[in-house]
Design a protein around this ligand. Structure first.
Ligand code: WAQ
Ligand code: MG
Length: 272
């Protein structure tokens, strides 16, 4: 192992004190100046408006980032919102999450309150995070240059090579490394972005088109967790640096049936 230093660089921008955009990654020392320039540019030219406040944090990591693979990605082939929701239920309940918890997650994400972080929910739908308004922010994750190039190449074939998909996949790949996390439901808070996802180790990252109606300005994330120490989980999500350096396959559209069959294949191969 080399003694290279790594840095977590995080940006958040606001207009009139309202959060507008954010970005983060893990980088080597030689990249810092370029990344700061790129993040600043992003904040100044965001489609939602012009930031009047930009915060950039650069932090030397005291702990070497753990290297992990991305989750495999696919898109559920369904167009009717009702069918998409049903599929999400089927997939999440097959990994042990109760319908009650899934209902609770969907309902909370539709309440119209946008949290900064994610809800933590046990498999019965009971909320576990200490701050119910803020939720838990996942930070200190990134992707190596090589892996990012590979990911871009795979996503480009699916016309999905954009920062929304990449950042969500990177976040989910960190979250689902932790054995206590069984599954996740995510709906964007961007009114024009109607594709969400569910993620799990068992099935990977499954994009859900039409999970919300156009124009809805709120969304959120729910992590379904089981067993173990919540404090340790939160510490991992917030503090443990993780760097993606290997990309699992990114596929196009799959039907619910194909997705459900995948799980048994993965299992019988001893998974991943
Ligand atoms: N940690 C925990 N929760 C977060 C974080 C974070 N770092 N960032 C956002 N959230 C929560 C917060 O409640 C947001 O309102 C909500 O998630 C949605 O965040 O493959 O863009 O950044 O095409 O709007 C899905 C991509 C995009 C699907 C999700 O989420 C695809 C997205 P957003
Ligand atoms: Mg957003």
């Amino acid at each position: 192992m080399s003694g290279r230093l790594y840095y977590s660089i995080r940006m958040r921008a606001a207009e009139n004190s309202v959060h507008m955009s954010g970005a983060e990654g893990i980088y080597e020392k030689g990249d810092i100046l370029d990344v700061v320039r790129e993040y600043t540019g992003r904040a100044l030219t965001h489609e939602k408006g012009r930031a009047d406040e930009i915060h950039i944090a650069i932090e030397e990591l005291k702990e070497k980032p753990g290297r992990i693979s991305s989750l495999p990605l696919c898109t559920l082939n369904a167009t009717r919102p009702e069918a998409v929701r049903k599929a999400a239920f089927k997939i999440l309940s097959s990994i042990g999450i109760t319908d009650r918890a899934i209902d609770e997650a969907f309902n909370s994400l539709r309440m119209g309150i946008t949290m900064r972080g994610a809800m933590l929910m046990d498999i019965e739908g009971v909320r576990l995070e200490p701050d119910l308004l803020r939720g838990v922010r996942v930070t200190r994750m990134g992707i190596s240059k090589n892996a990012e190039a590979q990911l871009s190449k795979q996503l480009a074939k699916l016309s999905l090579d954009n920062s929304t998909v990449k950042e969500a996949l990177i976040l989910a790949s960190k979250v689902h490394r932790y054995p206590m996390v069984l599954g996740e439901l995510c709906i964007s808070d961007d009114p024009n972005y109607t594709t969400g996802y569910i993620a799990s180790r068992a099935y990977g990252y499954i994009r859900l088109p039409h999970i919300k109606k156009k124009g809805v300005p709120y969304g959120g994330r729910a992590f379904f967790v089981t067993g173990g120490e919540i404090k340790e989980l939160i510490k991992y999500l917030q503090m443990t640096p993780v760097l993606i350096d290997k990309i699992k396959p990114c596929e196009g559209m799959l039907t619910l049936k194909e997705i459900l069959e995948r799980k048994s294949h993965r299992k019988s191969r001893g998974r991943e």
